[in-house]
Design a protein around this ligand. Structure first.
Ligand SMILES: [Zn+2]
Length: 612
């Protein structure tokens, strides 16, 4: 057979969409390999529990196949298939992954193939060689034996009642080197009963034209099976190659969530799926499921313990984020002006950043998101824009610091409340000992003095400030540091360089971000833009606590309320010790006449400022 076929040059047929796929020309199967090829990604190591979580998320998204792993390769995958078999999946069909039989060994005697049967899945995916170079150099066998290995393995699995997906490894390299032999390998799989033939760009070096024309040829040669594609991203065109294969007749696409995979990753399904559905009108997910894409992408990155790709198309946080002022004013008029799709279609959202490139539209838009309408205040808006530009020139960055931006807006409106005033602070760092921090703050008329040891200077300051404030503001118990980033602004100044600190905090329900700049890294997070040291601590938690109150106050503000400032109770004297914590040392306030007495709770809550 091989000699006859080798003499026939492969035809290049026209693309005829009415013949494509088993789901019709407007439907492709989505085959997810986040759990197998994605696990090959550097830095990813799933537990069995992680894999089950991702399996459930993929099933909720509505993918057709989930490749669970390689049961012959590791015990973790054996356990996964055991437990996954009991999952009540609605959409996804599980596939076990493995290779064809080894050379010169009977299929029934190959432990890899029998291990695939043990996984108990209805579908099995096996890969085989398409490239003559690999057959002779890597397998060190003959071209005919390789064809027999493919056919025997597929037949063995079919006879065992399995449905077979055949992955033609290195297909495009093989097709470039010897197109006839590459075609013979996929014909061998199809004739033995494989129901899907998947052309793999294993090295990730193919280009879209090449992929499309090869897919057209295979489609014409093997019309009885569904054609698939599996692309790697080494040339940064895995998504383009996948789309090209679909245009060439493929109706089964393989890839991973967020593009996880070995080396540069696999085709990113988070880009493939929306491009197919929204640009080419070819559906990959059940109706309505595309809107779950962003949430699924972020959930998988959470489980995989990877930071979500901010600039990832469609699902990234910046995918529909606008910074330049001219864009923002255009977007106010027409969303289509700078967005290629409606972000809601993929479950994402438009964001507007505050930066030195911004115009009044950004300020208006950001303030509106905070519940503050500045549309009737052109002077305030102009002043705010100038203020942000001046601060950014000094190193501040407000793009991702909505807490600090809120303070700027409230200050510009003359409605920024002061919950406490920092009088002074001091940190003592001792070689080989615990750092000690002392903090003096003023709340209303009371001056409170607290001290604390800590595991580091930031921790000591944080503990001391909490100790000083917790009596007046018990809510700060809930505040936690979530993330803390430090960036040197003038590297040539060495350790005296100005430092920008970005702090993300949360209270278990919401998160907020703040920014500060100072040559002293300890003071950086406590230098909110354009203020006196109203809260100078290195941890950022206490500063964030104040930000939170402002944000809360702002959100609660009622337009009809005449109050414009936080009311005080004049003349009330509150002197107390700060709360003693097991991990800190607290000293009494200097004027405290009643040691160990806790302050009476405030009888009236702090009123929010009104912002119109
Ligand atoms: Zn792969």
């Amino acid at each position: 057979m091989s000699e006859i076929l080798k003499s026939i040059p492969p035809p290049v047929p026209e693309f005829r969409p009415e013949r494509e796929g088993d789901g019709g020309p407007d439907r492709v199967e989505i085959y997810d390999t986040t759990l197998r090829d994605g696990a090959q990604s550097e830095g990813i190591s799933y537990s069995v529990e992680d894999k089950l979580k991702i399996l459930r998320a993929l099933d909720r998204l509505g993918v057709d196949f989930v490749e669970g792993g390689w049961p012959g390769a590791n015990p973790k995958d054996v356990e996964f298939f055991e437990r996954a078999g009991r999952e009540p999946l609605q959409h996804a069909r599980l596939a076990a992954f493995g290779s064809t039989r080894r050379a010169r060994v009977a299929a029934a005697g190959d432990p890899g193939l029998t291990g695939l049967l043990d996984a108990g899945t209805a579908w099995v995916t096996i890969f085989g060689k398409s490239w003559d170079h690999h057959v002779t150099e890597a397998l060190r066998t003959t071209l005919d034996e390789n064809l027999a290995m493919i056919a025997d393995s597929v037949r063995f699995l079919r006879e065992a009642g399995r449905r077979v997906i055949y992955d033609a490894e290195h297909f495009f390299d093989g097709y470039a080197a010897d197109p006839t032999y590459a075609l013979l390998t996929v014909l061998a799989a199809a004739e033995a009963g494989a129901e899907r033939i998947v052309l793999c760009d294993t090295n990730g070096g193919a280009l879209p034209d090449q992929v499309r024309s090869a897919a057209q040829v295979v489609r014409a040669r093997v019309p009885s099976v569904v054609l698939g594609v599996h692309a790697h991203n080494d040339g940064e065109v895995a998504v383009a190659n996948t789309l090209a294969a679909v245009l060439g007749g493929a109706r089964h696409v393989q890839g991973t969530i967020n593009g996880y995979g070995e080396r540069c990753g696999n085709a990113n399904l988070c880009s493939v799926i929306p491009n197919l559905e929204l640009k080419l009108g070819i559906r990959g997910l059940p109706p309505g499921m595309l809107a779950r894409l962003t949430a699924t992408a972020r959930y998988v990155s959470e489980v995989a313990n990877r930071i979500p790709g901010t600039h990832q198309p469609f699902v990234g946080r910046s995918a529909f984020t606008h910074k330049a002022g001219i864009h923002v004013s255009a977007i106010e008029r027409s969303r289509r002006a700078y967005e290629h799709i409606d972000p809601a279609l993929v479950g994402n959202a438009t964001r507007v950043l505050v930066s030195d490139q911004m115009g009044s539209s950004n300020v208006l838009n950001r303030a509106r998101a905070l519940g503050i309408d500045l549309s009737g205040r052109p002077e305030t808006m102009r002043a705010l824009v100038e203020r942000v530009k001046a601060l950014e020139y000094r190193g501040y960055q407000f793009e991702d610091a909505e807490g600090s931006f809120t303070l700027l807006v409230l200050e510009a409106l003359g409605r920024r409340p002061r919950f406490f005033e920092l009088v002074d602070y001091r940190v003592l760092i001792v070689a080989g000992g615990s750092p000690e921090a002392t903090v003096r703050v003023r709340v209303d008329e009371d001056e409170i003095h607290a001290a604390s040891l800590g595991v580091g200077p930031a921790h000591a300051l944080d503990q001391a400030l909490r100790g000083a404030l917790i009596g007046a503001y018990p809510e700060i118990r809930e505040f936690q540091l979530i993330d803390f980033k430090v960036r040197i602004l003038d590297g040539h100044d060495g350790t005296a360089a100005r430092t920008r600190v970005h702090v993300e905090s949360g209270d278990g329900q919401r998160t907020w971000s703040t920014t500060g700049v100072d040559p002293n890294i300890q003071a950086g997070p406590s230098r909110p833009p354009g203020t006196s040291a109203w809260c100078r601590t290195a941890s950022g938690r206490s500063r964030s606590s104040s930000c939170t109150r402002w944000i809360r106050a702002d959100r609660r503000s009622a337009p009809e309320s005449p109050k414009t400032r936080v009311p005080r109770r004049p003349g009330r004297v509150r002197r107390y010790r700060a709360v003693r914590r097991t991990d800190s040392t607290v000293v009494p306030a200097p004027r405290d006449p009643l040691p160990n007495r806790r302050p009476a709770p405030r009888s009236a809550p702090v009123r929010p400022p009104t912002v119109r």
